[in-house]
Ligand binder design. Structure first.
Ligand code: PEP
Ligand code: MG
Length: 546
């Protein structure tokens, strides 16, 4: 038995086999070969593997997002078999007498450049697809797999770190737990773990060696430890704890269907945060009163090109219909910083968290913004949708957003398309600037939702992604707590409601304080709803009001 220690970001215990996650990127070496025919055969075999993978991905995507969302995997199959691409790679193998990996990487680079310099936007968009299929063939050549989870049973995923674009591709049913060597407590890996309510440990030095693949392990998210090949005694003790945890969960089950009302009659809405439609099951299972944060950027991250209006509409409609009249707050795309999608071609920035991101992208690329707004508004005819805008710093932004929303509404009216004419508009309060002008902002919107993850980062000047700063990152910092009070008071002064959708909202040690501050809503990972409801039901708020 070997024990590794890290920082737990979600509690609970998982027992299962380890799956060492391999990054997709390949470093390709140029190697001289004698037998070029054998290299060409390796290349042909790799193409076959890639096509089989793409067929499987197509089937999976059809089930998850429907035919139109799956089309991309069909297009990729055609690209793997593209004659020009194959001729080019084979000719490099032949004329230079080199390995297939090098020939494919060269061809991929050349085709990528060619496409990305083309006039027409459509072809420029295909450049990202070239990169994708090239990586897939390279993976097949090296036998590295597609970077996903290759296992029939649920596993403990161990990785160096995971980007949102990687987690979005993972089959969530196959994940028991996350363990990462790097990553910060506020990264999206930990947010994902919380959404899935599975134990997760970051900053844990488990070696990323193939040898560990398939070995039995225990992840203890309560103590922040990973036991690889545990001895009998530990295994028995942890199995007992798993049973006890199941028992606690059963007790929480009894709270389903109850109102979130304190002993002295104060109500609070408890909503769920989600990243995609697969989380909807968890929303219903945990008896959420609605969705307080739908991180719509994950639709963009899971796509190789801008998702079309119809693709987005289908997703938003599904969410609205599944929630059957309960509130669904869709946050417009919050791309940039740690959430990168190649096809946005965002400039490389020194300081991306303070760069071109979120609403700034939407306001500088109104066509992308309007496509999303049209899709959301159309879906609003099928349920109770609200729209929320991230990273606001000024009144001017809010006014401009409202003008754009009005333009999109007018277009829909002209086309005779129905939508909720009174759709609620809200903003995220996640910059100190927004806190300071909260009174002015509150006059313009229906609600505020506090993004404490970013608000803490910008207030404390601590990069939320930087693991080495975790010891300085104090989520209970008095500056943040005072801001939270200022925000809710400003909202109420002007008839707006206020909620918290950042991770702090799920901090059980603060639930009573949020009630005392007067928050109307907390939006948290689905697994946190019942534990918070328990506290609400046991609280007498008047005891906590200062
Ligand atoms: C936040 O910043 O608190 C938030 C909810 O948004 P995200 O974590 O997606 O940036
Ligand atoms: Mg944020």
């Amino acid at each position: 038995m070997v024990i590794y220690e890290g920082k737990a970001v979600f509690e609970g215990i998982a027992i299962g086999k380890l799956n060492i996650y391999q990054k997709k990127e390949q470093s390709v070496k140029r190697v001289k070969v004698d037998d070029t025919e054998a290299e060409k055969k390796r290349y042909a075999d790799a193409r076959e593997v890639a096509i089989d993978e793409l067929k499987a991905l197509y089937e999976k995507a059809v089930k998850e997002v429907g035919e139109s969302g799956a089309e991309i995997f069909e297009a990729h199959q055609l690209m793997v078999d593209d004659e020009d691409y194959i001729e080019s790679a084979e000719s490099i193998i032949e004329t230079e007498g080199v390995n297939a990996e090098y020939a494919v990487a060269q061809t991929g680079d050349n085709f990528y450049k060619m496409f990305s310099e083309m006039e027409e936007e459509y072809f420029r968009g295909r450049a990202a697809d070239i990169k994708d299929i090239t990586e897939r063939i390279l993976n097949a050549l090296s036998g590295a797999g597609s970077g996903g989870i290759v296992s029939d049973e649920p596993v403990i995923v161990v990785a160096d770190d995971l980007a949102p674009s990687e987690t979005v591709q993972m089959d969530k049913d196959k994940i028991l737990s996350f363990v990462t060597v790097h990553g910060s407590a506020n990264s999206h890996t930990s947010i994902l773990a919380k959404t899935m309510s599975i134990p997760a440990i970051i900053g844990c030095p488990v070696p990323l060696s193939e040898e560990l693949n398939g070995k039995l392990a225990i992840v203890d998210g309560n103590e922040g430890k990973v036991y690889v090949e545990p001895d009998e005694e530990i295994l028995a003790a942890k199995k007992k704890l798993v049973l006890e945890e199941d028992e606690k969960k059963k007790l929480l089950e009894e709270l389903k269907g109850k109102d979130n009302v304190t002993l002295d009659g104060q109500k609070i809405n408890l909503y769920a945060n989600i990243g995609n439609t697969k989380d909807l099951g968890l929303v219903l299972k945990n008896d959420a009163g609605g969705i307080g944060l739908f991180r719509s950027e994950f639709i963009y991250l899971g796509s190789d090109d801008y998702p079309t209006e119809d693709e987005q509409f289908a997703i938003y409609k599904q969410v609205a219909q599944t929630l059957a009249g309960k509130k669904v707050i869709i946050r417009t795309l919050d791309i940039g910083a740690d959430k990168q999608a190649d096809y946005f071609k965002l400039p490389k920035e020194e300081n991306p968290a303070m760069g071109l991101r979120a609403i700034r992208i939407c306001l500088t690329r109104p066509e992308v913004f309007k496509t999303q707004l049209r899709a959301i508004l159309r879906a609003s005819a099928f349920g109770k949708i609200s729209i929320m805008f991230p990273m606001i710093i000024s009144l001017g932004e809010v006014k401009r957003i409202k003008e754009i929303v009005a333009e999109v509404k007018a277009e829909l009216d002209a086309d005779g398309i129905s939508y909720d004419k009174d759709i609620e508009l809200g903003i995220m309060i996640e910059t100190p600037a927004a806190v300071m002008i909260a009174d002015e902002l509150a006059k313009e919107v229906d609600f505020f939702s506090v993004g404490t993850n970013d608000l803490t980062q910008y207030t404390l000047a601590i990069d939320r992604q930087n693991q080495s700063l975790d010891e300085f990152y104090d989520p209970h910092h008095p500056a943040v707590m005072r801001m939270l009070k200022m925000i809710v008071d400003a909202a109420h002064r002007h008839g707006a409601w206020a909620g918290i959708c950042g991770e702090l909202g799920a901090d059980l040690s603060l639930t009573k304080e949020f009630l005392a501050m007067g928050y109307d809503e907390l939006s948290v990972s689905p697994g946190r709803i019942l534990p918070i409801r328990k506290i609400v039901l046991e609280t007498n708020v008047s005891e906590y009001k200062g």
